[in-house]
Design a protein around this ligand. Sequence first.
Ligand SMILES: [Zn+2]
Length: 424
Amino acid sequence: MRIHAIIFFLLISAGRLSAQNFDPAEVEKIEKTLSSDAMQGRATFTPGIEKAADFIEAQFRQAGLKTLNGGASYRQPFTMLATKPISASATIDGQPLSADRIVVVSASTQIKVDDHSGFEKAFIKAGAPFVPEVLKYIKEKKNMLVLVDSSFAKAFPRLAHFTRQQFKSDNTIVFLLTSTDPATYSVTAEQEVTEHQLANVVGILPGKSKKDEYVIFSGHYDHLGIGKPDAKGDSIYNGANDDASGTTAVIMLARYFAKQKNNERTLVFATFTAEEIGEFGSEYFSNQFDPAKVMAMFNIEMIGTESKWGTNSAYITGYERTDMGKILEKNLTGSGFTFYPDPYPQQNLFYRSDNATLAKQGVPAHTISTSKMDSEKYYHTAGDEIGTLDMKNMAAIIRSIAISSKSIVDGKDTPSRVDTQQLR
Ligand SMILES: [Zn+2]
């Protein structure tokens, strides 16, 4: 009886401790600040997002996190370019090509390319998957001439989207909409180029014994900013759920693990910029790691509302790609909380969030979410405000992420890798 009583007491006090560490009132405080009108919807390249970054930095400092490279700041800066086309002209086999059939992706203001420039030639043939093909060539670190079949005439103008924001690169990629394979060509283009500084906010807790093995907890802190006023005259897209909720989780988890002081692996707490305009923040962040050293990534995206199964549940994107979900489930046994496989596979969430860059390199990198992607009422609207979220459930989810990650944080479990051959 006595031993049982002691175990019972220990269980109760352990439970109380965890619950205390994930107090809904604390969750609410952070969430309220991040989603307040003062942060103006946290759009990338605006003063609002700078305020958010300052706040997250202060939170990381208070929690006692170290900076990623031992510097003074938790900001992880990088440069992006914004370009605005001024003019473009081209000839192929001596025949002029109209400007709307030319898209140039480049960091230069003046571009002059012809068949003597040594550009590698590539084709996007009729019937090929347009966007993945385009992305593939944009990510090639080469000068390229890409000939896009005329059957893509409707999609071609969308290419301009990829030129508006880009990482600084020495390479130029010229896309021409034509079904011919020209023997000679020349392209001239002029554009305005401006440089922008961006920053992720990143803090770490070095591991006690496995310092070179990383476990990442992340979410994006940018959102859509200020848009057209809705029926109520509200024009601020507060992004309380998307993704102030994930950012709040990262801060709460940082506090928790910093207090525990017993992580064997190095924990990385990352909040990303520029997700909404193309996941640039997480792409930059992810490429600073040797993927072989990243044991797991818990990306947290939109956990403020009930999942389709109600409270005390969430889903994991790409669940079947690794055994990480099974490990989390095992650690949650008896907690009353359930992680399900992603119920919206047709939405390709595994490829659409900040886990994607590392997942494509084989890392067990998953996104945890509760968002009802077929019916989430306030998704990408000015109505995505704190009043629509459930703080108690959010606290329970954050706590469950902490509990479920324990054996991975302790270095006892290592999730299997994503088989990159199986990815599209
Ligand atoms: Zn969003």
